[in-house]
Design a protein around this ligand. Structure first.
Ligand code: COA
Length: 174
């Protein structure tokens, strides 16, 4: 039986990225794998909403109306996704998007890696891929809202909690 564990064993320290001409970034293992499978990041915007919903389901997120998700994607500045390709079939295994004022600021949302692919360095690779593209767009201020259990994941990527005492503030309707 095909073993994800075997494929991604020790990938974390062995992750290697190669940018292709189509702005895809191919992720490959330094050690050769005998399995016919590859992973890449892309900022192509064609995301099947049902695939995305399935990915979000896999980490237990509450479902959102697809028409609103579609609108959110359409209005996002950059969408990045991670794909696993096997036998000419590709599968969505990671996703993140950023909104922006297209000048100074961007905020990252909806960061997710499929559980079977977590803890292998893909989340880190995907966010670094996002940051590189935001920097290329001359965006200098990148923010996000971290769930408590993933704060250290973002800290490891260089995000700072409350720089100079600045607090995130929220307003919710009553
Ligand atoms: C959070 C998430 C995107 C991380 O992706 P991932 O592929 O599992 O993370 P990586 O393997 O790239 O981890 C990168 C580093 O962060 C660390 N890390 C990963 N998840 C962590 C967590 N929850 N808490 C603390 N550190 C974490 C890893 O140990 C690794 O450290 P290293 O660089 O020293 O080796 C993924 O676990 C996920 O999709 N979770 C469910 C959805 C979610 O909570 N999204 C965030 C909403 S704000």
């Amino acid at each position: 039986m095909f073993s994800w564990r075997r494929l991604f064993n020790n990938i974390s320290s062995n992750i290697k990225a190669k940018t292709t001409s189509s702005s895809r970034e191919r992720i490959s293992l330094k050690k050769k794998s005998t399995l016919q499978s590859r992973i890449f990041f892309t900022k192509e915007r064609e995301i099947d909403l049902y695939d995305l919903e399935e990915l979000c389901d896999s980490v237990g997120w509450s479902r959102r109306p697809l028409r609103k998700v579609k609108r959110a994607l359409n209005n996002s500045f950059i969408i990045v996704s991670a794909w696993e390709v096997r036998k000419n079939q590709r599968r969505l295994i990671g996703f993140a998007r950023a909104t922006s004022d297209h000048a100074f600021n961007a905020t990252i949302w909806d960061v997710v890696i499929h559980p079977r692919f977590q803890s292998k360095g893909l989340g880190k690779g995907m966010i670094n891929y996002m940051i590189r593209h935001l920097k290329n767009e001359d965006i200098s201020n990148i923010t996000l809202f971290a769930d408590p259990q993933v704060i250290n994941f973002y800290c490891r990527l260089g995000f700072i909690i409350e720089p100079e005492g600045i607090k995130g503030m929220f307003w919710y309707p009553n």
